[in-house]
Design a protein around this ligand. Structure first.
Ligand code: NDP
Ligand code: MG
Length: 382
């Protein structure tokens, strides 16, 4: 029985994590749960999984939970509560399924408390990959990929020697606007951007997929999870999202991981590996129905966010944290209808140009750069 703490339970990854746990009650038990403000979904999850510790974003929601809960549990709120939920008790694994920068401290604290972290929250690794991976090594804990590409790569690497690997190949569906020209991108709406062709995900990552920033964040994530040089990470456009990623070996062999686009598969594997469990429900991949798979070389001029992410990753220091902070703010401005789709990349580019580089940044350097960039980007509005 694996004991699990889950933060971000009401989001797309959180809900699917609980689906996996529900279908294998003999394998998993939920110890602590945290969500933001989606009380309706949150309270149902609480009553079903009866975690001992619950944390929500605000005190007001914590009061609501107290009123409605039918059993005795510890109820907390805010960042302190979020971190307590991450490190709580005897759990073996933290599933970090919150969106964005808020996932950083809980990840660090969970590692320091000796827990493995199943990490969906890629922003944490983008901001502070060197610090998080060094801590994980120091405390002898593991960072287990949840992102489908990284789960695929981890499975294709399975049992193979580092020195035999020549390249990681991340596949990209291209997102909602993959067939539009840059000219056509000028006028796209929020609603259109939120309509991803293959995956049903939270709003922020859906926009990141449309700008291709998601793949950029994943390149940086892959660098840290697999200790690879940026020159040895490739991105390939693959519209069907059937091959989730690949590993090329020194003899030219390529191992690929195939499956339907269903996040429950990598989530379940993250919780059960090295074992595999039956996937309850969901379609099996019928390759004869798929018929043909398509691949295209990535166009870095078309997808400038991907290019910027590679550049920020190679620059290192605080540059990836700057990229991430600027992107988080720009995406939320776009979702609020305050800037256009193409402004997202303009804002990120401006933030990257304006920041003062710091090499070997401390956690404090990263946190303060993140904060500064967020207010800097808001000033571009006027
Ligand atoms: P969602 O926006 O759907 O969910 C985010 C979750 O975090 C919600 O439960 C939300 O609570 C919670 N949350 C947000 N802010 C806070 C806070 N301050 N305190 C406590 N909880 C908070 O995101 P996704 O599930 O789509 O993505 C989560 C992460 O996983 C992201 O980093 C994303 O890049 C990554 N990922 C997602 C994939 C997907 O298929 N969705 C695929 C691969 C990676 P509430 O809604 O109650 O306010
Ligand atoms: Mg992914």
């Amino acid at each position: 029985m694996r004991k699990i703490n889950l933060i971000g339970s009401t989001g797309s990854i959180g809900v699917q994590t609980l689906d996996v746990m529900r279908s294998h009650p003999e394998e998993f038990n939920l110890e602590a749960l945290s969500f933001g403000s989606n009380f309706k979904v949150g309270i149902e999850q609480i009553e079903e999984f009866t975690p001992k510790l619950i944390s929500v974003q605000s005190e007001a929601i914590a009061q609501e939970v107290k009123k409605h809960i039918s059993y005795k549990a510890e109820i907390m709120h805010g960042l302190e509560g979020l971190t307590e939920a991450a490190v709580y008790g005897e759990a073996d694994i933290l599933v970090n399924a919150v969106m964005g920068r808020v996932g950083l401290e809980p990840t660090i604290k969970a590692i320091q408390s000796g827990k493995d972290v199943a990490i969906a929250n890629k922003e944490t690794l983008v901001m502070a990959g060197s610090i998080v991976t060094a801590l994980s090594e120091k405390y002898g804990t593991r960072l287990i990929p949840v992102d489908s590409e990284h789960s695929a790569i981890a499975q294709c690497l399975h049992g193979n020697k580092e020195k035999e690997v020549s390249k990681l190949i991340l596949t990209a569906s291209g997102g909602s606007f993959r067939d539009l020209s840059r000219e056509e991108l000028k006028h796209v709406t929020v609603k259109e951007a939120l309509n991803h062709p293959n995956w049903n995900m939270g709003a922020k990552i859906t926009i990141d997929s449309a700008t291709m920033m998601n793949k950029g964040l994943e390149v940086i994530e892959a660098k840290w999870l697999f200790d690879m040089a940026y020159d040895d990470i490739d991105v390939l456009l693959h519209k069907e999202s059937i091959i989730h990623s690949m590993v090329e070996y020194i003899d030219g062999s390529i191992l690929a991981h195939l499956g339907t686009p269903d996040m429950r598969v990598p989530i379940q594997y993250a919780l059960s590996e090295p074992n595999r469990l039956d996937l309850k429900g969901g379609d099996r991949l019928k390759l004869w129905e798929v018929g043909t798979l398509h691949f295209e070389k990535m166009d870095y001029d078309r997808f400038r966010c991907l290019k910027m992410a590679f550049e920020a990753g190679r620059a290192g220091g605080i540059a990836p944290a700057v990229l991430n902070a600027a992107n988080e703010v720009a995406v939320s401005l776009f979702l609020e209808g305050r800037i256009s789709f193409l402004d997202i990349e303009v804002f990120v580019e401006k933030a990257l140009h304006r920041h003062t580089p710091i090499s070997n940044p401390s956690l404090e350097d990263i946190v303060s750069a993140d904060k500064e960039v967020r207010s800097d980007v808001l000033s571009y509005l006027s």
